[in-house]
Structures are given as structure tokens and as C-alpha cells.
Design a protein around this ligand. Structure first.
Ligand code: EAX
Length: 325
């Protein structure tokens, strides 16, 4: 039999290579609002490393940190529209897409990190993840932003009266804003990428965020006072879309969910680490820190707002979360 001419042999080899024998690789775009050196950066990196490893390189990530693609609301919309594949986001704007999630944003709902993580990783939190697909989103896992504290440039905050009258940037979250109004605060909702500039120019007097966000965003450069109010526990979520999940084989879907769980564990650990060392660091950076606020006064100020939350979310549903031990 005559040998195949070299040019046909080469063409056949190239054609074979195009059939995926040479591993095809899909790049997934992942975005988050704070810098890479943060709890969100840790979560995104662990997710992407685990996904790439678990799919033998079939999937890798392209990162868009520090609000490169806009605020969290814009990034969630982009995931819905298909221009972004994954977002690592706080629940701040999520309630505008999946209303059932708003209940977890109620001030002073969670006792501590252990309570919050038990609720979110248990039946209540897992049921909430099930509400996303009907809204064109797939929540892979609960990650973590952390307990939120108040910063401002006017005065130390010990009790609600000290916060009264302050113009504070808030997330685009009505549950938060209703609570802060009860403290006498003037809430100014704003996408996160605009916050540093607004604080620097004095457009707002202050803001509220977990220690890891205050650290990563260098708010100590534009904020004088930090009060450890811990007034809200802020969950985070790794969210993708049915469109992205449809690309995965059943085995790769499992890898993606496992990767998200590992990412959440790593992100939560970074939150705790940042809280253990970050407050002293912020003091060193020049902030005055009120470590002991009148927590009961803040809770008392929310009495009427809690009645409104109960009407909106159901007193039983709020109690179910509070009763998780
Ligand atoms: O998720 O907008 C906020 O204050 C969030 O805490 C921040 O984007 C990190």
C-alpha cells in the first residue's frame, strides 16, 4: 500500500488535535468588588484552583477583582445576562434578584459566626440556595463577608444617638437601610466602587463594612473613627448561572460545587484571621477604635423595625433562624 503523502498526514494530525484530543480549555470570568488581597480574593482563588485541578485543566478562571466590572449589583446582572460567569458577592444587592434572601440581612439576627455558619450551611440556608435557579442564577455555596461595623469622620459611636444625623453610605439593601434609619442615620445607598471616593470627598460621613473589607479597601486612609457595632452579619455567595452550569458534565458539576465549598471554608478563615489582627492594624494606621458599644441600645432602637421585619418575613421564620443552636 502506498504511504500517505506527508501533507495529508500533517492535515490529519491537525484535524485530530482539533477534536479535543489536545485538552480544550474553557476560561470562566469571575468578578468581585474588593482587591485580590482580601477574603473575596482568597475565596475566588481557592474556587478557581480547585475547579482547574478537579477538571484536569478543562476549566480555568480569569479574575476581575476590585470592582473592575462594577459593583456587586452590576456583576450579578452580568451573570444573569451571560457577560460574566461567576461573582463572589455579599448578599447586599442579592435581595433585589432573589427576595427570599433578604431575611438574612436583618440587623442583629445572628449571634456570632458559629450561629451564622450553622444556619447558612443547614436546611434554612440550603433552602434559600434553591430559590436562585428560577431567577436565572445558580448559588454554588454560602461564603462570608463578615460582621459589619461603622466607620465615620465625625465622632466616636457608642450608642445610636451618636450615629444619629450621620450621612452613611449603605449597600443597596432596604433591610439594612430601614434598620439604620431607626438609629437616626441618613442612609445613602451606593455601589461599592464609589465608596472610597465618596468618603474622601466627604459626600458621606461614613460607611459600614466588615473588618476585612475596611482593611482591603484601606478605608483607614479616609476614615477616622471605627466602632465595633457588629450590627449586621453579612453573608457572601458564589453565584453562577444555569448557562455556565450547562457547560459542565455531571462530574464537573460536582467538582464545581465541591470547589465552592472549599472556597467558602477558606474565605471564612480569612475573615476570622483579618478580625484577629486587623483591628490593631487599623489603630496603627491612625483610626480611633471604640471596642465596646452599647449593643442593647442599638437592639432597643430596632423594636419597631423588627415588627415590620416580622410582617415582611414572618415572625416564625425569623424565630427559626434565631433558635438555631
Ligand atoms: O462585598 O458593598 C459592600 O459594602 C460590600 O460589603 C462589599 O462590596 C464587599
Amino acid at each position: 500500500m502506498k504511504a500517505m503523502p506527508r501533507k495529508f498526514l500533517l492535515a490529519s494530525l491537525l484535524a485530530l488535535a482539533g477534536t479535543g484530543l489536545a485538552q480544550a480549555q474553557t476560561v470562566l470570568k469571575i468578578g468581585y468588588a474588593v482587591p485580590t488581597n482580601s477574603h473575596y480574593g482568597v475565596g475566588a482563588n481557592v474556587f478557581c484552583e480547585e475547579l482547574e485541578k478537579g477538571t484536569s485543566g478543562r476549566y480555568k478562571c480569569q479574575h476581575f477583582p476590585a470592582g473592575a466590572l462594577g459593583g456587586e449589583r452590576e456583576m450579578i446582572e452580568a451573570v444573569q445576562l451571560g457577560t460574566l460567569d461567576i461573582v463572589n458577592t455579599s448578599t447586599g444587592p442579592v435581595g433585589n434578584f432573589v427576595p427570599e434572601v433578604k431575611i438574612v440581612d436583618i440587623p442583629f439576627l445572628f449571634r456570632d459566626y458559629d450561629h451564622a455558619r450553622k444556619v447558612l450551611d443547614g436546611p434554612i440556608g440550603q433552602d434559600l440556595l434553591g430559590k436562585f435557579p428560577s431567577k436565572g442564577l445558580v448559588a454554588l455555596a454560602w461564603a462570608e463577608n463578615g460582621f459589619r461595623h461603622m466607620t465615620n469622620n465625625k465622632r466616636q459611636i457608642v450608642k445610636p444617638g451618636d450615629a444619629s444625623g450621620l450621612k452613611m453610605r449603605t449597600m443597596e439593601n432596604k433591610v439594612h437601610m430601614d434598620g439604620y434609619k431607626a438609629f437616626g442615620i441618613q442612609p445613602t445607598p451606593m455601589a461599592f466602587p464609589e465608596v472610597y471616593g465618596a468618603l474622601q470627598q466627604g459626600t458621606v460621613d461614613g460607611q459600614e463594612n466588615p473588618i476585612p473589607v475596611i482593611l482591603a479597601s484601606k478605608f483607614s486612609q479616609v476614615q477616622k473613627h471605627l466602632s465595633l457595632t457588629g450590627h449586621v452579619y453579612s453573608p457572601a455567595l458564589l453565584i453562577t448561572s444555569p448557562r455556565v452550569m450547562a457547560k459542565f458534565s455531571e462530574a464537573d458539576k460536582k467538582v464545581a460545587y465541591e470547589a465552592a465549598k472549599k472556597a467558602a471554608i477558606a474565605q471564612r478563615k480569612r475573615v476570622n484571621d483579618d478580625e484577629n489582627t486587623g483591628i490593631a492594624q487599623l489603630e496603627k494606621d491612625g483610626m480611633t477604635v471604640v471596642r465596646r458599644v452599647d449593643g442593647q441600645a442599638f437592639r432597643d432602637a430596632l423594636r419597631d423595625t423588627y415588627a415590620a421585619y416580622a410582617r415582611e418575613f414572618g415572625a416564625d421564620n425569623i424565630r427559626r433562624i434565631q433558635d438555631v443552636k
